[in-house]
Design a protein around this ligand. Structure first.
Ligand SMILES: [Zn+2]
Length: 44
């Protein structure tokens, strides 16, 4: 899939992980804010 840089940044997720500042991709079924890395850390 080729996207122009402008289009790419426009579609970037606006949420960021409050734990580490990592961008979090919005998931329709998820209410979680943390990124996958921080979530998996909490589960351990
Ligand atoms: Zn995180």
């Amino acid at each position: 899939m080729l996207q122009s840089p402008v289009e790419f940044f426009r579609t970037l997720p606006k949420k960021v992980c409050p734990e580490c500042g990592e961008k979090v991709f919005e998931q329709a079924e998820s209410y979680l804010m943390e990124c996958d890395r921080c979530l998996s850390k909490k589960e351990e």
